[in-house]
Structure formats: structure tokens, C-alpha cells
Design a binder for this molecule. Sequence first.
Ligand code: ATP
Ligand code: MG
Length: 247
Amino acid sequence: MENILEVEDLGIMIDGEKIVKDISFFVHDQHITCIVGESGSGKSITMSAVLGLLPKVACKTKESKIMFHGDSMFCIYQDPMNSLNSSVKVGKQLYQMAKGYKKMTRTEFDQQMGIILERIKFEDPMRTLNKYPFELSGGMLQRLMIACAILVTPSLIIADEPTTALDVSIQKEIMREFRAINREYQTAILVVTHDFGVVAELADDVIVMHDGEIVEKGRVLDLFDSPQEEYTKRLLKASFEGAENCS
Ligand SMILES: Nc1ncnc2c1ncn2[C@@H]1O[C@H](COP(=O)(O)OP(=O)(O)OP(=O)(O)O)[C@@H](O)[C@H]1O
Ligand SMILES: [Mg+2]
């Protein structure tokens, strides 16, 4: 089995403090990998480093190695509203994004996007593409980003908390879409989440992060069946207790 992404000894410093503490992990090609951990554990900043988009305040240690073996990565951000420009219509912005991956005219983009959006149950795709981000809900924007990912078929999709801000039925729909992309196009997907429900639903492989370190990683079934580390056991217990309380 090949790795599409290999991260070795990644250290990230902010203000002289090591926020990410020399972590190593890999992402299997064609698989769905989840990085799970509590808020502030360093998941998003690790993804920024993988994407080559660390904020100005942060820097990598010189020992850090990030090796990407695919052709392209596409990122779906934690907060789609803030990652889009509010004064430009979504169709135009997504077209600009898609053009960076695939040569196409705006007409070709509209045609292909129209087909994908219909499939993921947008009633009037062209009308949606003609709106500004603030005219659409967070869930719609998230699904538009996923549609764009389907259109550009990258070799790796990185999705940071893709379902956190959404209500449960839309969460389910989005997870279905991720699974469909993975099955249909064998696209590797790296999902960042703090929710073990998402892990159970999606992951083949799991990486557990805590306070800038990886505490445990492995196949999802092994991790759920026999977590090795206390921290993982605590997180799992907290998630299941939460689920029981809700049902
Ligand atoms: N731009 C930044 N400037 C200063 N500190 C930052 C910045 N980005 C992240 N950090 C710090 O790095 C640490 C890890 O943050 P990160 O956003 O990666 O956490 P996370 O695991 O993604 O959390 P969440 O689940 O809340 O999204 C935090 O302590 C945070 O304060
Ligand atoms: Mg985050």
C-alpha cells in the first residue's frame, strides 16, 4: 500500500514555543484518514503546514519533512464563510479555484458543476452559483466546496472539521459525499475532526493528537476495539457517553 503523504518530525514553533512537537504520520493513498483530537491540540496548524500555508507567526523546525507523492491537494476549510470573499459570487470564486487544477472555460465549469450540484441535491445549481457567499448557509457553502473537489478530482482532499458547524442531517449528507468521492475516484481524504462519530462513520485510519503530539495511530477498527493509550480511551468514553445522553 502506498502513502500519498508522509510527514516526518514535523515541529511548528509559535513565539518560541513548540506547538507541534516533532510528529510523524502518513496517509495511505486511496484511504480516508481522520486526525482526531480536542480543541487546541494542533490539528489545523498541522494541516496548514502540509498545505504550505502556515500563518506568519508560525515556522517549521528545520528537521521537519513533508513529502507529498500525489499530483494535487484540495482543501475544504473549517469555516467556508470566512475562507471565501464575500463580495464575489460563489460561482466565480469556485471557477477561479477549479481553473488552478484543470484547464476549462467558465461554460465548461458551469456545465460540469451543474451536473455535480444536481447530484448532491441542489435544486437550482445555476442560481446558487450566482449568489454571494453571505446569501448561502454554511452547509450549502460546504457542499459547494465538496462539489468543487469532485470536479477537480485531486489526489488528496484535506477537510478541516467539515461538518462541525452543520446540523445533523447535513452532516450525514456531507459524510456520504466524502465516502462517494473516495469510492468512485479512489481519492485519498484527510479529515480533521474532534468528533469520534465522524471517525466511526468515515475513517479507515485514525491519528489521535493531543497537545501537539500524536498519542496513537492505526486502523480504525483496532483503535475502537482496543485503544492502547489512556487519552484515547478517555476521548472514546466521553464521545460514547455523549451519544448515549443524546439518544
Ligand atoms: N495564527 C496563530 N497565531 C497564534 N497561535 C496560533 C495560531 N494558530 C494556532 N495557534 C495556536 O496553536 C495551537 C493549536 O491550534 P490549532 O488551531 O492547530 O488547534 P486545533 O486542534 O485545530 O483546534 P480546534 O479543534 O479548536 O480547531 C493553539 O494553542 C493555538 O492557540
Ligand atoms: Mg482546528
